[in-house]
Design a protein around this ligand. Structure first.
Ligand SMILES: *Cc1c(COP(=O)(O)O)cnc(C)c1O
Length: 392
């Protein structure tokens, strides 16, 4: 059928870029090592920080839920009924996050889109960090509110934005807790102080911090002891939690209002029982298995130190996300390809996801990588880095 032939040319252009997405098929579970094309590869690209994708307690909970409740929910929650399990998870997440209430969405992406589009209108403004996640950007696109972007983590520029926008009815400062491409942590204590001074609301998206920062993985708000001072916390159940989903942890008023107005909640079917049961079990794992979080950080320190000792530029990450910054797009693509050929999977990330000239291979270690996995990966980084003259 004729109509989209022009896409071929566009695709040829995209293929040249370091941001071109190749779908790599994995034939095993997601873990520290994965099966790809009949080979075993060390996985340094997943967000599976704690290795929970394969946790036996979560798998068992999912099996039990399927036996008892089946595979699907058959509807959005406002129409054919909300499963008790959905409500139980929301209570559990609210207690975990020390908030009055929480509301679960199908994903972190839909949580951001839902909350931003529902809570703001023409009289309001979103004040957003320049490096916030795509789902925040899309949420902002869907609101009628005005927007002001401040320079990444720049408190001078944030203050300027707060001074310039005092005529709006409601102002909300939105930031990622941990930034996904550089692994740096938002200066939350300063953000909260400024927002309080200028009477603005605060929303923190802790997708990369849930399960990683704070006591038992409660996130950056807990990490910085700011409980009760951040109006809206968004979390994901898809990264360290090892399943799928997103949630808003906030006041009862906000969560009840979102049930009425958040469009992804209202117009897209709720999580199947297996997903919700696994998430419920995951919260127990976070509460009872501190050892996993300790191991994640131990592995993080070991791997960062190793890369640094080899002479790589690893930026200024403060999290298990460690970028290996190369700069040139073509060279970074080659670096990533060669690492993969040698058995290490590290995502190549280039413009426009990161600024031009700052292309990198992004690595994320997990709690389930063994020291041997990480040492092997470091040896491969050393070999390929020398081959491409990135290090000496
Ligand atoms: C990954 C991510 C999301 C999306 O979460 P999903 O549950 O995968 O949809 C939202 N915000 C940030 C900051 C993220 O890193």
């Amino acid at each position: 059928m004729k109509g989209f032939e022009y896409l071929q040319e566009e695709m040829d252009r995209l293929r040249e870029r370091s941001s071109f997405h190749q779908l790599v098929e994995i034939a095993s579970e997601q873990s520290g090592r994965v099966q790809i094309g009949g080979r075993e590869v060390i996985q340094l690209s997943s967000n599976n920080y704690l290795g929970l994708t394969t946790h036996p307690k979560m798998k068992a909970a999912a099996f039990r839920a399927i036996e008892k409740l089946g595979t699907g929910t058959g509807s959005v929650r406002t129409i054919a009924g909300t499963f008790s399990m959905h409500v139980e998870l929301e209570r559990k997440l609210a207690a975990f996050k020390h908030t009055e209430a929480s509301l679960v969405f199908q994903s972190g992406f839909t949580a951001n889109v839902g909350v931003l589009s529902a809570l703001l209108d023409e009289q309001d403004i979103v004040i957003s960090d320049a490096l916030n996640h795509a789902s925040i950007i899309d949420g902002i696109r869907l609101t009628k509110a005005a927007r002001r972007i401040y320079q990444h983590a720049d408190m001078g520029d944030l203050e300027k934005a707060l001074q310039e926008t005092q005529h709006y009815r409601k102002r909300i400062v939105v930031t990622d807790g941990v930034f996904s491409m550089d692994g740096d942590v938002a200066p939350l204590p300063d953000i909260v102080e400024l927002a309080e001074m200028y009477d603005a609301l605060i929303m923190v998206d802790d997708a990369h911090a849930s399960g990683v920062f704070g006591r038992n993985g409660r996130g950056t708000v807990d990490h910085f002891d700011l409980n009760g001072r951040v109006h809206i916390q968004v979390g994901t159940l898809s990264k360290a939690i090892g399943v799928l989903g997103g949630y808003v942890a906030s006041s009862s008023a906000v969560c009840e209002y979102l049930i009425q107005r958040a469009r992804p909640f209202l117009f897209s079917t709720s999580h199947p029982p297996a997903v919700t049961a696994a998430c419920l079990a995951a919260v127990d794992v976070l509460l009872n298995e501190q050892g996993l979080i300790d191991r994640l950080w131990e592995n993080t320190r070991f791997f960062k130190q190793g890369l640094q000792d080899l002479g790589f530029d690893i930026g200024k990450s403060e999290s298990p996300i460690t970028p290996v910054i190369v700069g040139d797009e073509a060279l970074t693509m080659k670096f990533s390809d060669r690492l993969f050929a040698e058995g290490v999977m590290g995502t190549c990330i280039g413009y426009p996801t990161v600024p031009a000239g700052a292309a990198r291979v992004r690595t994320i270690v997990t709690a389930v990588h063994t020291k041997e996995d990480l040492q092997t990966a470091l040896d491969v980084f050393a070999k390929v880095g020398r081959e491409l003259k990135l290090i000496t």
